[in-house]
Design a protein around this ligand. Structure first.
Ligand code: C5P
Length: 409
């Protein structure tokens, strides 16, 4: 299944690796960038090459690794400033205290620093150092200077450091850095300035303090939609039920449990939103009342009385009919039979602009798997059946449709 990420595909990304133990994680980051479709050039400081051999990066990128400033063949092949000049994005990971100091002062005594100085695209820093060095006013001031000059940064995070102590200074995980890179590249995209609310995951309706009525939704589809909208510059609020998915960088995540909590969170976020995409599997019924204490097992049977939960999507669409906002409303229809017929009926009944229908009984589609086979039906009744795709690719297709919808209204 494809793992290419449109916002990174074909883009020139320079990964600058400076000398810290987190340099080994830069190999993972590089691999992820290559898989996403970026053209990656790696520049290492001599200290970084003490931690990880340049060959590792060369093997991952299939391109020469730039290390020395005036290496003869590199001068002719890439030159000591051309890498920076042609980069759409430079990511410095790890960015050590020493590298940050050099960048803050415009020094150019390593190829990495020279590349950064010559870089015309945005630069994303992933600082990593011992916590005392990070807390040092010199480093803090350098970071302030760099941020003021428009550098972007991700992390550092708290955790175990090379010294063995716990503290603030760990480089963010490659997955998070990749996400931050997507945010940086997409920030002026077609959805820039638009607020988009996405819901994801299933809700849990309490039976008692330890039990709930739930469903198999993993949240994968909704989280992918939120990331795809973020990649096009949208200001995203992701309202999600309990999920093992990591909240993507660069958006506001609101965690909820029940349908009622989800409704309240959506209602609040949707007030000034341009669009809402309801990908959450919201429970249609909840126990009439949640027992205050754990229900004891007895010999007899136990009947649960269930009552309806609010239909969030229908309420949002209803509000739109009155106020005109949000401008676009997209729903999902997870079906087990008569997929198209049921989806069409929901589109009309709930007053949607687009519905994404899928058959959740198919093994390669629906809950928990990474792939989905969906059909898009729009307000005009036009049906588009997409082939089997990764949920990431489905998300991209849906967000492209959203951008087109917003352009129209
Ligand atoms: O009618 P059904 O629940 O199948 O409709 C699915 C769509 O409605 C999804 O987009 C889902 O997120 C949304 N929904 C909702 N509130 C509910 C139930 C479903 O917003 N209580």
């Amino acid at each position: 299944m494809e793992t290419e990420i449109p916002i990174l595909k074909g883009r020139s990304v320079v990964v600058g690796v400076s000398g810290g133990i987190a340099a080994y994680k830069a190999a993972d980051l590089t691999s992820r960038l290559v898989k996403a479709g970026a053209q990656v050039d790696v520049v290492m400081t001599p200290a970084a090459a003490e931690f990880v051999r340049p060959l590792t990066f060369q093997a991952l990128t299939h391109r020469p690794v730039a290390l020395e400033m005036f290496a003869l063949w590199q001068e002719t092949e890439i030159g000591h400033v051309s890498l920076g000049k042609r980069a759409d994005l430079m990511i410095i990971a790890p960015a050590t205290a020493n590298t940050l100091a050099k960048l803050a002062h415009g020094m150019a005594d390593t190829l990495l620093a020279t590349t950064a100085l010559a870089c015309r695209g945005p630069i994303l820093l992933a600082p990593a150092m011992e916590s005392g060095m990070w807390a040092n006013p010199a480093t803090a001031d350098n970071m302030k200077v760099l941020e003021r000059r428009g550098y972007f940064s991700v992390g550092p995070e708290s955790g175990r450091l090379a010294s063995g102590a716990d503290g603030l200074g760990r480089m963010s995980e490659p997955e998070t850095i990749l996400d931050a890179a997507r945010w940086v590249l997409g920030r002026r995209g077609p959805l820039a300035g638009e607020k988009v609310v996405v819901t994801a995951g299933g809700t849990r309706e309490a039976i008692d303090p330890v039990r709930f009525v739930g469903n198999h939704s993993s949240g994968k589809m909704g989280f992918a939609l939120a990331a795809a909208a973020r990649d096009r510059g949208a200001e995203v609020t992701l309202v999600h039920g309990p999920s093992a998915q990591r909240a993507p960088y660069g958006l506001r995540a609101v965690a909820v449990e029940s349908a009622e909590q989800m409704q309240a969170a959506v209602w609040e976020a949707a007030g000034d939103a341009a669009a809402i995409i309801m990908a959450a599997a919201v429970a249609d019924y909840r126990p009439k009342s949640a027992a205050e204490h754990k229900i004891k097992k007895t010999r007899g049977e136990l009947a649960l009385e269930l009552v309806r939960t609010p239909d969030i999507l229908a309420a949002v669409a209803q509000r739109r009919r009155q106020s005109g906002a949000p401008r676009a409303v997209i729903g999902f229809a997870a079906e087990t039979d008569n997929v198209l017929e049921n989806a069409r009926e929901k589109l009309a009944r709930k007053g949607l602009d687009l519905i994404v229908a899928n058959d959740v009984l198919a093994a390669d589609s629906g809950f928990a798997v990474d792939t989905n086979r969906v059909t898009l039906i729009d307000g005009g009744g036009v049906v588009e059946a997409l082939p089997l795709m990764s949920k990431t690719a489905v998300a991209e297709a849906v967000i492209d449709r959203l951008a087109a919808l917003l352009r129209r209204v």
